[in-house]
Design a protein around this ligand. Structure first.
Ligand code: PHE
Ligand code: ZN
Length: 871
């Protein structure tokens, strides 16, 4: 396999058009026969060959205009089929075999616990049949599926059902037609003995849509939340974006073996069952919210992704960034906006900021790739969504909606570029977006230095904002254009009117938004009576890091008083980080640890604030995660971070334990479980407090919560707190949990993650044992992520000084690479802190990375990631 890079600058239009394709599948576990009949038109000159993509397919026969071709009339390699001297237009029929059972990569057509299903984004269709497998080749698909009727009573593909019937030998067939031209990556097929839940939706123009969710039999009752979410999504896209569904039927299928979260195939979404199945006994509140957002995400793709798709894979953020923005807005409109924003920004920081500070950093629109599968990243998705959000902020809701309408009108049915999207935005924008485009081409998280001076005599407050450029891979950076939302607070926490000295286009006055465009600029505010405190980047208006010289007291003031709820949370995290980093420094230089009383009192204030939204309160009382803290260390000393964090927890409990416990008890609820947002917030706060109570000597309350809980949210929190304790209660709870749920693989994922994430020293041994447990199967991605992935993200054990953590994960990367390269390369990303390790750790990791690179027949996927890390 070639490790060559593909470049955006090399893009060329397809030289052939494939306008219709009729597919027929004779489904068989190991030898499925695929027949494809295509109408082909040559667009270029006569001497241009037709080169079809292929991967792991076995050619049986080719017919040109009905005439079978002889071997000498085409060129066949393992990844292509080339035909020369073709007429201007013709039909091409190809017969080939594929082996779904051997397809452990879960890419193309494969079997997942008895169900045939497909995954074709980005380049899986070439593993089904010979095709121009690129998103700018759009065709109308018809599918005939032939299969054993008893084993596979349900036969599905894209579009609407056209015909079905029985055949001889106990077989039956179904024909599906999708009237919308689409790229091959949106093609899907499913066959199995599935349970189904039905419902319907009336669209805004009064069309009745049939809705079906298919799952393993016996799980039907766990689909109701997903179905509600689907109907909510359909309604929301009509109300907020004026977008209506366009087929008669919308099918969703849940499967257990799936590389990603879900896939937006036209009219036939295929989902990881993790994002469909849920009830109060087996799913947490977070799981429910995840289902709502992923169901929404895939549904919203119907317009942003399917009706308007990507010209090439460098444009991936065109559909992903935009669709994540849409699903975030959906969740914000249905639930609490501030809480949603906090959780989205947390995810951005934990995953995307880390990626953007690492050797795999890339712009949301990359210039090159070796394996496109590696680019389904937090950057393309989450940073991509932040870029759309900034456009939304700059335009305002009304203009943004108008620009979206224009985008849909202009490009419906086409495969386009991010430039086309920006064009539509520009048409309705009060600002020139030329400089804004740098967000698409530059990588790295921008950093800002903010300084200010108050001048009593002139009553002016001068704020200077400087953009610093620290991208790890891109040194020649130009300043960005972005909205920066601020407020100036007086000492009573009243917001001042912002009056700029030279009023210019620098500010959207009605919205307190500064427009930043220069490397360094100064804003002078007039009529300021006394030194104010600036609350900055409110609601995270731009995805940047900000450096200030604020004191602990100033952050404590913002934490208690900011009108922007998101920024109260931000201040709580900044304050906690400042305090924690000081303690980590102390641990690293063997000095005594001490916790700042300013922090304790700020924490206490939040704890006792009875007006705060409970969910916001829970977020504010949560300490920054280890991985957040790791980001700000120059040289990593992981153990010191754990020591510091545990110290802070113990100190807080020592000082405020009685209040924490009192409030915890007041939140215990014996009522029936409900997904009402008030109840969810209560549980969230209660469980946040429980994680502190875990630091008490006696873990009685924790075990009591485990025993008495009537839902998975409470039970799982108690279990994970216990999993870090040394008491017998831990053993009892873990055994109980295993026995209770061992037949439910989604719950066993949680069990594996809890054990693999424990700080206790027996964790590596426990993980090894679980690899051989009957609940584990290395071929199922969810299980790999839960056990091996959680262990690899357990920094304490992954970075063990004896190097065993690195060796374990490297060995698993090599083992997985043979089965499923996409999952292997995802796992190999955990080595990305390489360059920040101390000498000893770096040498140990280097050995393992080199071992991976020298593995025979290493996939492009893993090669691309590991070779970037090792340079
Ligand atoms: N396009 C899918 C989504 O974001 C993600 C995906 C990519 C799924 C590749 C499978 C394979 O909704
Ligand atoms: Zn998506």
């Amino acid at each position: 396999m070639s490790m060559e890079k593909v470049y955006l600058k090399d893009y060329e239009k397809p030289v052939y058009e494939l306008s219709t394709i009729d597919l027929e599948f004779n489904l068989d576990d190991t030898k499925t026969l695929v027949k494809s009949k295509m109408k082909v038109k040559r667009l270029g000159s006569e001497n241009q060959a037709l080169v079809l993509d292929a991967d792991e397919v076995e050619l049986k026969a080719i017919f040109l205009e009905g005439e079978e071709l002889h071997e000498s009339e085409y060129e066949l390699t393992s990844n292509s089929l080339t035909l020369h001297n073709l007429p201007k237009s013709f039909t091409l029929e190809i017969h080939n075999y594929i082996n779904p059972e051997a397809n452990t990569a879960l890419d193309g057509l494969y079997k997942s616990s008895g169900i045939f299903c497909t995954q074709n984004e980005p380049e899986g269709f070439r593993r089904i049949t010979y095709f121009l497998d690129r998103p700018d080749v759009m065709a109308v698909y018809t599918t005939k599926i032939i299969a054993d009727k008893k084993k596979y009573p349900i036969l599905l593909s894209n579009g609407n059902l056209f015909e079905k019937g029985d055949l001889s030998d106990g077989k039956h067939y179904a024909i599906w037609k999708d009237p919308f031209p689409k790229p091959s990556y949106l093609y899907a097929l499913v066959a199995g003995d599935l349970g189904v839940v039905n419902d319907s939706f009336k669209t805004m123009s009064d069309k009745d849509i049939e809705l079906n969710i298919y799952c393993d039999k016996g799980n039907e009752s766990k689909c109701s939340f997903a179905m509600e979410s689907l109907k909510n999504s359909m309604k929301w896209d009509e109300e907020r974006f004026g977008r209506e569904y366009d087929l008669d039927i919308y099918n969703i299928v849940a499967v257990d073996s799936f590389n990603m979260g879900a896939m937006e195939n036209k009219g036939l979404n295929i989902f990881n069952s993790h994002y469909v199945l849920a009830d109060s006994d087996t799913a947490t509140d977070t799981n429910f919210m995840g289902i709502e957002s992923v169901i929404g995400h895939e549904y919203f793709h119907n317009w942003t992704g399917n009706r308007i798709t990507c010209r090439d894979w460098f444009q991936l953020t065109l559909k992903e960034g935009l669709t994540v923005f849409r699903d975030q807005e959906f969740s914000s409109d249905l639930n609490s906006r501030a809480v949603q924003r906090i959780s989205d920004v947390k995810a951005l920081r934990e995953r995307q900021f880390v990626e953007d500070a690492s050797p795999t950093s890339h712009p949301i629109k990359p210039e090159s790739y070796i394996q496109i599968n590696n680019f389904y990243t937090a950057t393309i998705y989450e940073k991509g969504a932040e870029v759309i959000r900034m456009i939304h902020t700059l335009l305002g809701e009304e203009n943004f909606r108008a620009a979206m309408d224009l985008y849909f009108e202009t490009f419906d049915g086409q495969a386009v570029r991010t430039e086309d999207f920006i064009w539509a935005m520009q048409e309705k924008s009060p600002f020139n977006l030329e400089q804004f485009k740098l967000w698409y081409s530059q990588s790295g998280t921008p950093e800002l230095d903010i300084s200010s001076v108050y001048d009593k005599k002139s009553k002016t407050f001068k704020v200077t904002i400087k953009q610093c450029f620290l991208s790890p891979v891109n040194t020649e950076q130009k300043p960005y254009f972005f909205p920066f939302k601020i407020a100036l607070l007086d000492n009573k926490a009243q917001e001042l009117n912002l009056i700029l000295e030279n009023n210019s286009s620098q500010i959207l006055l009605d919205k307190n938004i500064l427009i930043i465009s220069k490397e360094e600029e100064t804003f002078v505010f007039k009529d300021v009576d006394a030194t104010p405190l600036m609350s900055f980047n409110q609601n995270f208006s731009a995805p940047v890091k900000v450096h200030t010289s604020y004191s602990l007291d100033e952050y404590a003031f913002l934490m208690a008083n900011d009108k922007d709820e998101f920024n109260r949370f931000e201040a709580s995290q900044t304050l906690a980080s400042m305090v924690l980093h000081k303690i980590i420094d102390a641990v690293e230089s063997d000095l005594p640890m001490s916790l700042s009383p300013i922090f304790v009192s700020a924490f206490d204030k939040v704890l006792k604030d009875m007006d705060l939204d409970l969910s916001l309160k829970a977020d504010m009382l949560t300490l920054p995660s280890v991985s957040m803290l790791m980001q700000d260390r120059k040289v990593l000393d992981v153990e010191a971070i754990y020591i510091a964090k545990n110290f802070v927890k113990r100190e807080l409990v020592r000082e405020l334990g009685a209040d924490i416990k009192g409030q915890y008890i007041s939140l215990i609820n014996t009522k029936e479980y409900s997904l009402d947002s008030k109840e969810m917030s209560k549980r969230k706060l209660k469980n946040t407090l429980l994680t502190y109570l875990g630091a008490l000597k006696d873990s009685g309350v924790v075990k009591a919560q485990y025993d008495n809980s009537n839902n998975m949210t409470d039970r799982l929190t108690a279990l994970s707190v216990l999993a870090n304790s040394r008491e017998n209660a831990k053993i009892d709870a873990l055994t109980d949990f295993y026995e209770r749920y061992k037949d439910n693989t989604l719950v066993m994922n949680k069990y594996l993650a809890v054990i693999a994430s424990s700080e206790l020293k027996e964790t590596p041994a426990n993980v090894l044992k679980l690899l051989d447990d009957e609940i584990f199967d290395i071929k199922v991605p969810n299980l790999v992520r839960s056990l091996i992935g959680s262990f690899a993200r357990n920094a304490l054990h992954f970075h063990a000084v004896n190097g065993k953590g690195y060796k374990f994960v490297a060995d698993k990367v090599i083992e997985l690479d043979k089965l499923n390269p996409q999952i292997a390369s995802g796992l190999s990303g955990v080595f990305k802190d390489y360059s920040r390790l101390n000498d000893n750790a770096r040498n140990l990791m280097k050995k393992e990375l080199e071992k991976i690179l020298s593995t025979k027949d290493l996939s492009k996927n893993v090669y691309e990631i590991v070779s970037k890390i090792l340079v």
